[in-house]
Design a protein around this ligand. Structure first.
Ligand SMILES: Nc1nc2c(ncn2[C@@H]2O[C@H](COP(=O)(O)OP(=O)(O)OP(=O)(O)O)[C@@H](O)[C@H]2O)c(=O)[nH]1
Ligand SMILES: [Mg+2]
Length: 377
């Protein structure tokens, strides 16, 4: 089973010929950098410390630069993937404990659009309270196509309550200004520290996450796992400092890759104008225009993704066209009949008859022989 998934994932990796960027977000110390390394290990089958994982914890901010990590380079693989174009990158986004929401939303949003250059130092920007979202947008006004994002992974510590602010931030930021909807995947890390995954407290936390990301009934985008960390006893490298593989972690992360790389999730990445034509003024879709949110959602629903809505509209359109063409046909037939020679002749006959009637009634009034006159007609 694991081997077949591994083979499938290697195929999906090879098939990605265009840049494929995954943004990893989450609070400070939840395991974002550790996830990047662990996701790499699951496919590479050997350890490489791509992203630096420090002590973590509130305020430690190990990751402060906006860093891309190219996954699965031949030198890091036990068995290199032939024909792989080195297109897949995971990007580590700094976590913030007490985030200044507007600035953070703007910065994540700009990053997702490919406007924040790699290696940008994020902390000074996030901590600068005088920096308005519009000033940030002006600072990063150029889109680098190969740096646009295709997936977002939100990492949450399974032992901590869901960071509501960050959830909302990520949900808003993944609806980009040009109308793309970047798919979000959720990873509950630190599962090795969860005492009882059946406890009401944990179940409620899990339910809240599923609800917040509308994943109920479709767990495909939700993953719960411990990660490869010195602190995780089930794969700990101490005391011999050797890397100990863990099949359970590998299987979950291989499944994550299979879903992440599924081309079906690329559909919502086409810009809305490409999906709905030039009907939508781009300004109405701005992240900074919350009023347009409803309209945006409705338009997104009509986009190719929602086949049901499109089908309904197509049927209504076809029916309207049919009714209009029927009216046109009736009008045309009536006009033609009215103008036909037979019709004109009968107009004359009716006129003549009416004339004769008038003459007869005048006569009969005079002679009192109505009946004879009528019969003679
Ligand atoms: N036990 C255990 N420890 C973990 C797990 N994931 C991460 N850690 C540890 O938690 C600490 C923080 O992990 P990081 O990956 O640096 O977290 P981060 O989210 O990148 O942190 P910042 O970059 O500071 O925002 C490190 O000591 C990791 O080894 C896990 O699943 N289980
Ligand atoms: Mg980090």
């Amino acid at each position: 089973m694991a081997d077949s998934v591994s083979g499938e994932v290697r195929g999906l990796i090879r098939d990605r010929e265009e840049p494929f960027n995954i943004l990893v977000v989450g609070h400070v110390g939840v395991g974002k950098s550790t996830l990047i390394n662990s996701a790499h290990v699951a496919v590479a089958k050997k350890w490489t410390e791509l992203a630096w994982c420090g002590g973590g914890g509130a305020g430690s901010n190990n990751t402060t630069f906006f860093m891309p990590y190219t996954m699965f380079k031949p030198a890091t693989m036990t068995v290199p993937i032939d024909g792989y174009h080195e297109t897949i990158k995971m990007w580590d986004f700094a976590g913030m404990e007490n985030l200044a929401e507007e600035t953070y939303i703007e910065l994540i949003g700009l990053a997702l659009e490919g406007r924040v250059p790699e290696k940008t130092s994020l902390m000074p920007l996030l901590k600068d309270t005088s920096l308005s979202p519009s000033a940030l947008a002006r600072r990063f006004d150029e889109i680098v196509q190969k740096q646009r994002f295709h997936r977002v992974i939100m990492v949450c510590d399974a032992n901590r309550d869901l960071p509501e602010n960050l959830v909302q931030t990520v949900k808003r930021a993944t609806k980009t200004q040009d109308g793309r909807q970047i798919p979000i995947f959720v990873v509950f890390s630190m599962m090795d520290r969860v005492d009882d995954a059946n406890s009401p407290q944990y179940i409620q936390r899990r339910e809240e996450a599923l609800k917040a990301f509308q994943l109920k009934g479709n767990l495909e985008r939700f993953f719960e796992t411990g990660l490869y960390s010195d602190c995780n006893p089930s794969c700990s490298r101490a005391p011999d400092k050797r890397f100990n593989r863990n099949d359970e972690i590998d299987n979950i992360l291989l499944t994550m890759w299979r879903v992440l790389l599924n081309p079906a999730y690329d559909r919502s990445l086409r810009s809305l104008s490409a999906r709905c034509g030039p009907l939508i003024p781009p300004s109405a879709l701005s992240r900074r225009s919350p009023r347009s949110h409803g309209a945006f959602t409705a338009l997104t629903a009509l986009a190719p993704r929602s086949l049901g809505a499109r089908f309904l509209i197509a049927i209504l359109g076809a029916l309207t066209a049919k009714v209009l063409s029927m009216f046109k046909t009736i009008a045309e037939v009536t006009a033609r009949v009215a103008l036909s020679p037979r019709c004109r002749r009968s107009h004359g006959a009716v006129g003549a008859l009416n004339g004769a009637l008038a003459a007869l009634s005048a006569l009969s009034r005079r002679s009192g022989q109505n009946e004879v006159a009528v019969r003679a007609r």
